[in-house]
Design a protein around this ligand. Structure first.
Ligand code: NAP
Length: 403
């Protein structure tokens, strides 16, 4: 291992992005060294990763102190020190010995450690879009004040970044609009009247990407694209009316930037998250990612279409909260996380996900998002309200079945 290797903290190492990141990292042992790996409660998978990659620290953020586990990590992973609890994530993300943080925790809990990394001036490789959705203004301020570097891993934002000169602010780069592409998910052509009966397994079977269960459901509803519109607003400092979404079922064009002169620049690759991850890890250089080369003659056709607002109501809700501002995006995110969790647990119909989010937005008032505490308070209030809507819709479903 080279002594000049970049030292990485990988938050969410046991997840889908975590696995892709570790795959790229393992291809370049001269360039990268793992400083810390985290999981929530997956102790055995984390131990297997620690044994292979030998980080300085491993973190189990969802477990309390356990001496037995701590000793096993030390013995089986060559001296890796095991830390417990959510605060340890912030510690691993801001340690002076770490250069870059890959933020790949799923959901709102990713916010605190990701913002801690930004405040510590780290290079932040961002997969956890929830951090920007919930607290975009605060997060970007932390990045600017600490001189941190933000590199997007989300494939669409990484594509936009690659299509902008030097990842520049579009306002100064002659940009007319940003076009985010979306696959349309597994239900793009399902008759609307059949959507109420789709199962979690069907929703998680994405046609082009292999991802965690939460983001797979979000891709099916296109809430994921809505969250990405909000993410793009903050990353590239563009207003919502200059961010468009197009369905592109092949998932080959990952996004486009249209310039004032009529030029459009797109980034293309096979749908493999190792491509944007390798780009962000090595930026501004280029390294191998392990992804298969794109053969356009085999792809043959690329098609694009407008999303149908009736099929994908969550997308409209995301534009709505982005225009409203303040804590409204955090409320949307929390309501969606609550609804998706209920859907995955079999407690809510697929078509009720957007109802729960819409009703929560009506019941919980948005305020200013000027402090992390205000954002977290809005998040908590939205979760309580959304949980009530889930229970009510569950009850109504039972009544309908009895009639
Ligand atoms: N997957 C993709 O292709 C993709 C693409 C673009 C963006 N993203 C974004 O990347 C993030 C990760 O997605 P993913 O698909 O990799 O998720 P995932 O496969 O579900 O993995 C989630 C990771 O986060 C950890 N985690 C879960 N709940 C946690 C909590 N409450 N506190 C701390 N850690 C927690 C998990 O640990 P345990 O194993 O212990 O539960 C796991 O390591 C999401 O924000 C997603 O939107 C993903």
């Amino acid at each position: 291992m080279a002594s000049g290797a970049k030292s990485l903290t990988l938050l969410g190492a046991t997840g889908s992005i975590g696995a892709s990141t570790l795959d790229v990292v393992a291809r370049h042992p001269d360039r990268f060294r793992l400083f810390a790996l985290s999981a929530h409660r997956s102790a055995e998978p984390l131990l297997a990763l620690a044994s292979r990659h030998r980080p300085r620290y491993a973190v189990l953020s969802g477990l309390a102190e356990d001496g037995g586990l701590r000793r096993r990590f030390a013995a089986e992973a060559g001296g890796t020190e095991l830390l417990f609890g959510a605060r340890a994530l912030e510690q691993a993300a801001s340690d002076p010995e770490c250069d870059s943080v890959v933020a790949a925790i799923v959901g709102a809990t990713g916010l605190a450690p990701t913002i801690a990394a930004a405040r510590a001036g780290k290079q932040v490789l961002l997969a956890n879009k929830e951090a920007l959705v919930m607290a975009g203004s605060l997060f970007m301020r932390a990045v600017a004040e600490a001189g941190a570097r933000l590199l997007p891993i989300d494939s669409e934002h990484n594509a936009v970044f690659q299509c902008l000169p030097g990842g520049a602010n579009p306002g100064s780069a002659g940009v007319r609009r940003i076009v985010l592409t979306a696959s349309g998910g597994p239900f793009r052509a399902t008759p609307l009247e059949r959507l109420h009966e789709v199962t979690p397994e069907q929703a998680c079977a994405h046609p082009n990407w292999v991802m965690g269960r939460k983001i797979s459901v979000d891709s099916a509803t296109m809430m994921n694209k809505g969250l990405e519109v909000i993410e793009a607003r903050w990353l590239f400092d563009v207003p919502p009316e200059r961010i468009e979404v197009l369905i592109h079922p092949q998932s080959i064009v990952h996004s486009l930037v249209e310039y004032l002169d009529g030029s459009m620049i797109a980034q293309l690759s096979n749908p493999d998250m190792r491509v944007p991850i390798a780009h962000a890890l090595a930026y501004p250089e280029r390294i191998g990612s392990g992804a298969a080369a794109l053969d356009l003659a085999v792809v043959a056709g690329l098609s694009f279409e407008q999303p149908d607002a009736r099929r994908f109501p969550c997308l409209g809700l995301a534009y709505q909260v982005l225009r409203e501002g303040g804590t409204a995006p955090a409320i949307l995110n929390a309501a969606n996380e609550t609804a998706v969790e209920a859907f995955l647990a079999g407690r809510l119909r697929y078509t009720s996900i957007h109802e729960v989010v819409g009703e929560t937005l009506q019941h919980v008032c948005a305020g200013k998002a000027d402090a992390l505490e205000a954002v977290l308070e809005a998040d908590g209030g939205a979760r309580r309200s959304a949980a009530e809507h889930v229970v009510r819709l569950q009850g109504e479903g039972r009544v309908r079945r009895l009639q």
